[in-house]
Ligand binder design. Structure first.
Ligand code: AMP
Length: 506
């Protein structure tokens, strides 16, 4: 595979070498080959320049998923601007924070939200607002349509910023991770090589564009390999299965896999051409991995990444894909475990730290927060706990902030969740700590049940006592209809902690 030193060259080189090779296709039958994508990004780039956007300026967008939304990202790469993707679920108050913090030269909003967006942007010091819809509508689309000459491709150093990606921010204010162009290049190259991407590959894309997984991890590797993407505006199991009939790649979050498995339409034949299923962003249960393999004959490849670091580790393409593990460090990435707090099967669980060309340049205008997450020797402290097994594979035990400390003992939620999930009738579980008058924190479990199953709290807790040390066994177990999750499928333990904060009557 060719090595590039600028991310826009992924598009430019394909447009020159194989101009008519397919690149993007949407739900409405719009198809763009690489030459058309290069041209369209050039015209969008010209519209950005017309609005006064210059190298290093931020362009924030809160728009629905579409090919034009992907093109905003490519146009920004082309003219050297910095994209700031924002979740469409953010409220006006949240939006005000992101705009005031990132100070974009331009904010692209949904046509349906124009008035509110303009008000919030003006109050936050951003004077330019344009709109962009999903069907080439909105004021920005009209401005693009008027452009005649594509913007020149701006040369930007790999240390230049490509994006500010705001972290999910489950504790405190979310921070803007400064992703450089060099980060994108290094990670896309590593993934395209590790996962053997070739121009003939076709990815089914159902992830949102405001998160690192959908915007960068999946698209960049495909662009770097000059492959193509079938873009769906959302994840819908039947539509996805139908689309997989002509695809070779799928990248999803664990919830996608459980929802695919719930559909009888998922058969070996329906995914016959797919050579790689990748999962990330949240833990994939070993049970889901096994169920998927026995249904389809394909072993899901799990990998581990985060907003600040893109992808750190991946199970191997060839060789053992270990269910329950996130695999081995990607080439160029170093992973170590520090501050080990406990020995588990002779391996130390501790803080996962990473160093490599994938790690972001720090947090936007927050040098103290940047410094707090870096060690003296340049490793990034991920905030995740884990262990490296005898084969060198990384296993994640949970977030450090989710660690429960009860009566002075550390309890790793993942261990309890695995024990709960293995019990009959339990579909999913989340273990968390809430204030307890005696123990400081009380280990607490929320579970969902397999349809038509009843469980008795005391019976389940008694069953756990057979396999876990007493201090690890939850003090209480609550049955709920559904675990609260964010749009990337991550269980929101902060919400569970809020809901059950008075469970032990403090
Ligand atoms: P985000 O920055 O929103 O992508 O969230 C990153 C966090 O998601 C990581 O720090 C991990 O806690 C979690 N995560 C990502 N991938 C995995 C995975 N394969 N298994 C378990 N947790 C994961």
């Amino acid at each position: 595979m060719i090595q590039f030193n600028d991310p826009y060259q992924w598009i430019r080189s394909a447009a020159q070498e194989t101009p008519h090779h397919p690149c993007l296709e949407d739900d409405f039958g719009r198809r763009l080959d690489y030459a058309q994508v290069d041209h369209a990004a050039g015209l969008q780039g010209a519209a950005l320049l017309e609005l006064g956007v210059r190298t290093g300026d931020r362009v924030a967008f809160q728009v629905e998923k579409s090919l034009d939304a992907i093109l905003i990202y490519l146009a920004c790469l082309r003219v050297g601007a910095v994209v700031v993707p924002l979740n469409t679920a953010y409220t006006a108050t949240e939006l005000a924070y992101f705009l005031a913090d990132s100070q974009p030269a331009l904010f692209l909003a949904r046509p349906s939200h124009e008035d509110e967006a303009t008000q919030v942007a003006t109050d936050s010091g951003c004077s330019q607002v344009e709109t962009l819809g999903t069907r080439q509508d909105g004021s920005f689309a009209a401005r693009i349509a008027k452009q005649r000459t594509p913007a020149p491709v701006t040369a930007v150093d790999p240390s230049g910023l490509a994006a500010l990606l705001y972290t999910s921010g489950t504790t405190g204010r979310s921070k803007g991770a400064m992703i450089t162009r060099g980060n994108l290049i290094a990670n896309a190259q590593a993934l395209a090589t590790a996962w053997r991407l070739v121009p003939a590959d076709r990815l089914v894309h159902t992830l949102p564009l405001f998160h690192v997984h959908g915007l960068f991890l999946s698209l960049n590797a495909v662009f770097a390999a000059h492959a193509s993407v079938r873009v769906h505006d959302r994840f819908e199991p039947l539509e996805t299965i139908e689309s997989l009939g002509t695809a070779t790649l799928f990248m999803g979050v664990p919830t996608h896999y459980t929802r695919l498995l719930a559909s009888a339409a998922l058969t070996p034949e329906s995914v016959r051409l797919v050579r790689l299923f990748v999962s990330g962003s949240a833990p994939l249960l070993a049970e889901t991995h096994q169920a998927f393999e026995s249904r389809t004959g394909k072993a899901i490849l799990e990998r581990y990444g985060m907003t600040e670091t893109l992808v750190n580790t991946s199970n191997p393409y060839d060789g053992m894909r270990k269910p329950g593990s996130v695999g081995l460090p990607l080439p160029g990435v170093e992973v170590r475990i520090t501050e080990a707090t406990r020995e588990s099967e002779n391996q130390a669980i501790g803080m996962i730290e990473v160093r490599g060309p994938n790690v972001c340049a720090g947090y936007w205008r927050a040098p103290e927060k940047t410094a707090a997450d870096r060690t003296a020797d340049g490793f990034f402290r991920t905030g995740d706990l884990g262990l490296i097994d005898a084969d060198g594979y990384l296993h994640i035990s949970g977030r450090a902030k989710d660690l429960v400390i009860t009566g002075g003992y550390n309890v790793y939620p993942k261990e309890i969740e695995l024990a709960l999930d293995a019990l009959p009738g339990i579909s999913e579980s989340a273990v968390f700590g809430v204030p307890h008058p005696d123990f400081g924190e009380g280990v607490t479990a929320a579970v969902t049940l397999v349809p038509d199953f009843q469980v008795n709290e005391q019976t389940v807790l008694a069953a756990l006592k057979d396999c876990l040390a007493a201090y690890k066994v939850p003090k209480r177990l609550v049955v709920i209809a559904e675990l609260p999750r964010n749009s990337m499928g991550k269980v929101q333990k902060n919400r569970l902690r809020e809901i059950y904060c008075d469970l032990y009557g403090n």
